[in-house]
Design a protein around this ligand. Structure first.
Ligand SMILES: Cc1ncc(C[n+]2csc(CCOP(=O)(O)OP(=O)(O)O)c2C)c(N)n1
Ligand SMILES: [Mg+2]
Length: 680
């Protein structure tokens, strides 16, 4: 027995040291990266992966796998080393190209770049917060799909973070929520090494993390030595057994462990150790000092074991799932569709159409109706708001709230925690739920960082932002978005959708639900907007092309008015007036720049002919970017808001900022005149 366990101990050390040395070598070769934390956390990560996680490297997306999130994204080499050593499709050559152009081993772990990366991390705190969304998803999925004796969902989420993740506000929000919801399937490991970039944490961080998490209703444990595999195993075992609370395991460690000159210093954080120091460290580990990227044969054999184990685990689950499918075929079908991002056939028929109405509903209200219609068709369509659900109208009427021990509710209450809400929703959508998150548009600033990660990951999260402009009125400039549309339009992979009326919105939801690789931001009004009479104007179907001709002149137009959202009605008002004056006017409703930019050149030319340069854009937000469609000031004009707003009733706000039919018509005439003069 003793001999056997010694052998095992030796293999464990060998694996751990391989993780360490691969990480050191890769950072050195790239001359960039963070070696210290992979060196110190290797035993922790190894213990989780080896002893507590079920995963199949040959099928990284196997639905019931345990999840590992490296919230300390700068320690990416730790994850790449693990992925390589356990048999994921990540070769030693990939590791040798760490941080080089197009390498799978990007600077920070990027979901989709290499298999097995559950979420993109690097902005500190995001991984922790996203892991809460994964845990929420697991609870929901288990409650919805599992049947007594047929539990197809039961996995854990392990997230490893450091001092940086602990200090970031987003993880506090997320931890508070996780404790409240009793997410016992969640385990955070905290690398308590007392070092960040500027030096010792004494500089800026002195709270009692354990007390704090106990206050959040977490189960808290402390492991005094990251190298003590037995203690780690015991703590992780208790965490996994915990049934009521999420778990935090605080692990004391030494950054740059084993490096004679850099251990416990900030120097081990963000720069290569240096060739000489690497040799000394390798000698300390009992490693051949000259060998680089060395994977001993025993460790290669270990990979085979893990692959076998992973296959076994998945095979067992597949059997379980077949049994489940024969007993509950409908649920099994739903599960498979959800996994493939497919929707029930004909779901889009549920999208409502709205009758023409000069005093039509606010787009936030029509959106509420649409959400409810979709919710009836797609059981895994769900979401919530940051305490403004009654205002953003995102409540699903037929279902309850997602609460501790009532995990099948589909209405999520994030509290006033926008940042965590977005990161959590990232985790839910990565777990295949079709989830939305909602708050006032102005507070999209609070969740910009996780929203940016949604887009970077091509994660089809649906953001529902309401109270979209100065048109929200009395709440004033603190609540009136100005630069937000321009800011979001600048984010790659994001569709920013600002529909003019209920029917445009309904049509666009088809795209929003079905898109697999883009994020959506719906920008909706607080105030009522007319539902256009489509017998008089063009069908709302054009909205799917991002921009379309809503009203047109007889014969070629000489002037184009382009509007979005609540300002399209002003364009139509001006159109009616100018047409009567004999001017040939076209109105283009442009709910989504990004969709329009994806159309063929012919379609774009049809809607915005190059030869018509007299163009006016009308949008109650920053004019930044509109020159793209209206040209520079000698030709086109943008009516917008380039200052902060004002507190006042809406009836006073609009004229104050020039959003009247009169002003739009006047600017249009002027623009036309300017162009005629230019053309002479
Ligand atoms: C939101 C955010 N702010 C700043 C950084 C830059 N940064 C990267 S690592 C780091 C220090 C992290 O310290 P810690 O989490 O303790 O990591 P350790 O050095 O112990 O590995 C900082 C400030 C970042 N990645 N994300
Ligand atoms: Mg640290």
């Amino acid at each position: 027995m003793a001999v056997k366990s010694k052998k095992k101990d030796k293999l464990e050390q060998l694996i751990i040291n391989t993780i360490r040395t691969l990480s050191m070598d890769a950072v050195q070769k790239a001359n960039s990266g963070h070696p210290g934390t992979p060196m110190s956390m290797a035993p922790v990560a190894y213990t989780i992966w080896d002893k507590f996680m079920s995963f199949n490297p040959k099928n990284p997306d196997w639905p019931n796998r345990d999840r590992f999130v490296l919230s300390s994204g700068h320690a990416s080499m730790l994850l790449y080393s693990l992925l390589h050593l356990t048999g994921y499709d990540l070769s030693l050559n990939d590791i040798k190209t760490f941080r080089q152009l197009h390498s799978k081993c990007a600077g920070h772990p990027e979901h989709g770049m290499a298999p097995g990366i559950e979420t993109t991390t690097g902005p500190l705190g995001q991984g922790y917060a996203t892991s809460v969304g994964m845990a929420i998803a697991e609870k929901w999925l288990a409650q919805y799909f599992n049947r007594p004796g047929n539990e197809i969902i039961n996995y854990h989420i392990f997230a490893l973070g450091g001092d940086g993740c602990m200090m970031e506000g987003i993880s506090s929000e997320a931890a508070s929520l996780a404790g409240h919801l009793g997410l016992s399937n969640l385990v955070w490991l905290y690398d308590n090494n007392h070092i960040t970039i500027e030096g010792h944490t004494d500089l800026a961080f002195s709270e009692d993390v354990a007390d704090r998490f106990m206050g959040y209703n977490w189960h808290v444990q402390h492991v005094g030595d990251a190298n003590n595999l037995e203690l780690l195993q015991e703590a992780l075992g208790r965490a996994k057994k915990e049934k009521e609370q999420p778990s935090l395991i605080i692990v004391d460690s030494h950054i740059g462990f084993g490096s004679p000159n850099k251990q416990d210093t900030a120097a081990a954080h963000g720069e290569p150790l240096g060739e000489e120091e690497i040799k000394l460290t390798k000698i300390n580990y009992g490693w051949p000092p000259e060998k680089k990227f060395y994977v001993p044969d025993e460790v290669k054999n270990y990979r085979k074991q893990i692959l076998k184990r992973g296959k076994n685990d998945e095979d067992k689950w597949n059997k379980k799932f077949s049994k489940y499918a024969s007993k509950y075929p409908d649920l099994a079908k739903q599960f498979e569709m959800m996994e493939k991002h497919e929707m029930p056939k004909g779901w889009e028929k549920s999208l409502p159409t709205f009758p023409a109405d000069p005093n039509g509903p606010a787009t936030r209200s029509s959106n509420g109706k649409i959400l409810n219609a979709i919710g009836k068709e797609i059981p895994w369509f769900l979401g919530g708001a940051g305490d403004v659900g009654p205002s953003t109208k995102t409540y699903l009427d037929d279902t309850g709230s997602f609460e501790k021990n009532s995990y099948d509710g589909r209405n999520f209450h994030y509290g006033i925690r926008e940042a965590a809400m977005a990161a959590v929703t990232n985790g839910m959508v990565l777990s295949k739920l079709r989830a939305y998150a909602s708050c006032y548009f102005v507070f999209s600033d609070y969740l910009k960082a996780p929203l940016r990660l949604s887009c970077l990951m091509k994660n089809p999260v649906i953001y529902v932002f309401t109270h979209d402009s100065i048109g929200l009125g009395e709440d004033g400039p603190t609540h009136q978005p100005i630069e937000h549309l321009a800011a979001l339009r600048a984010v790659p992979n994001l569709d920013v959708i600002r529909p003019a009326d209920a029917n445009e919105l309904s049509v666009l939801w088809k795209h929003v639900i079905e898109v697999k690789d883009r994020t959506t931001a719906l920008i909706l009004t607080r105030q009522n907007v007319p539902t256009f009479d489509r017998s008089k104007y063009a069908s709302a179907k054009g909205a799917l092309r991002g921009a379309y001709i809503l009203a047109d002149s007889k014969g070629k137009p000489e002037l184009i008015l382009i509007g979005t959202g609540s300002e399209v009605q002003l364009c139509l008002g001006a159109y009616e007036r100018l047409t009567k004056e004999g001017i040939k006017v076209r109105v283009v409703s442009m709910p989504c720049w990004e969709l329009f930019d994806q159309q063929s050149a012919q379609y774009q030319e049809k809607v915005l002919p190059d030869s018509v340069r007299a163009r006016v854009s009308v949008e109650a937000g920053s004019t930044v970017g509109w020159h793209k469609y209206v040209g520079l000031h000698d030709k086109g004009t943008s009516i917008g808001v380039d200052t902060f707003g004002e507190s006042a009733p809406v009836r006073d706000i609009w004229p104050e900022f020039g959003f009247t039919v009169n002003n739009v018509a006047a600017k249009a005439r002027k623009t036309l005149k300017k162009n005629k003069k230019n053309n002479k």
